[in-house]
Ligand binder design. Sequence first.
Ligand code: CP
Length: 355
Amino acid sequence: MNIKDVSFKRERPDVCGDAHPKALLRAIQEDGDYLLKLASQHVVSSDQFSANTMLQLFRLAAKYEANPSRFSTSLQGKILISAFYEPSTRTRLSFESAWHRLGGDIMSITDRSTTGIAKGECLADVAEMFNNYGDCVVLRDNNETSLEEMIDSLRIPIINAGNGSDEHPTQALADLYALFKWRPELTTTEAQDSAVSIGIIGIPDKMRTVRSFIKSLCKFPDAVKELVIIHDESVAEQLFGREQREQIEQAGIRIRTAEDLDSVLPELDVVYINAISWEGETFNTYGKSFSLSAASPLKPDAIVLHPLARGAELDTDLDHTPHNWYFSQARGAVFLRMALLTCMVQRAERVIDVV
Ligand code: CP
């Protein structure tokens, strides 16, 4: 490696998409009651969050993001159990970063074989022990049912940080936080006037991020002009699970499907792309024929969201364009998770009404 020049730039590349959180703070009126109610809840599914609860979480996240050094002790004296039994870059590190930034302590398990599970200990017993050691559990597990197996034994909150191909509710919160920072007017009663067309390159029935993102969007139907699912012909019959399509239609959101990406891109304001689906012990990649790059016919002001990790579907030449909101999405997840964690361990009263 050449060490002649080891200088680096501290500033983020200014051509990336991002927005100061102040506009979102102004758009949402504070109502702390929604945050206080989160203290006695686990986080299992995106279905459990009302639009108002999400808006208050986004407001608190924006408050943290606008003034990060103002709130460094909200979680002092609290311990997080971070249990990640499936690979993760963003979710684990952003949860742990969020907790550290608020002054809490962390115990981290990154391999279930280092626990009694390897000796046949049941998850209900592991959960019973967790009650004694920490104040909150964040769990990622490729097994969809692990959460259910633990929940009845837990007297501290647990957060689903991705369970197999089922759900990833805090990713969906981070996705909407990025979306609403981009267009704060979508959170208001005038949302219909600026509603956006959202394209999803992914399979709602197979991808937990897409599944949770759609569930959350269904709480903001006025913000969505239409949802366009872009897919390969081979998966046309597997796009939606039994209740998914019904949920979208009941929310009053128009759905369209398309098989030619480039012909539909010029109509989209937001493009959400994901290719990975966790299936059992491993993952599969879908939509290999679809990719986005700086040469894609995106609307000039369209944004691209991606939960990451990326593969060939997202060219790095998009990184240095204003379409790149996926880095903002990942960065904002820290503030969003700071907001959620504060509420779940009964510390919301320390930050509500504080400016
Ligand atoms: N978005 C997301 O879940 O990324 P990780 O798998 O890196 O946590």
